[in-house]
Design a protein around this ligand. Sequence first.
Ligand SMILES: [Zn+2]
Length: 103
Amino acid sequence: MPVTCVAKGCENKPKAFCTRIFHVIPTDVEWRRAWFDAVGLPETPILENKRYMVCEEHLTKEDYFEKIQHSTQTMVRRLEKMAAPSLFCKQPKDENNWQRKCY
Ligand SMILES: [Zn+2]
């Protein structure tokens, strides 16, 4: 099943060659509740997690920290514990204004 970002008004999908990060909703009970609250969806069993992804456009810079991945010696971005999506499109219908697409 194709997965789309579940945030309101967002239709971003993970694509090949796209650098946008997609996050699966966390498995930690409190944390995932915060995510479902943030995107306005009812909570679902963890088994269904894969159907719920949120793209990085709904998270702020402060929601991430960087660390070195030792196996590849590259910097990777990780989510801060309990960081939840907070940026949502205000005008879901107005494509020109808000929708950044990935090409
Ligand atoms: Zn999104």
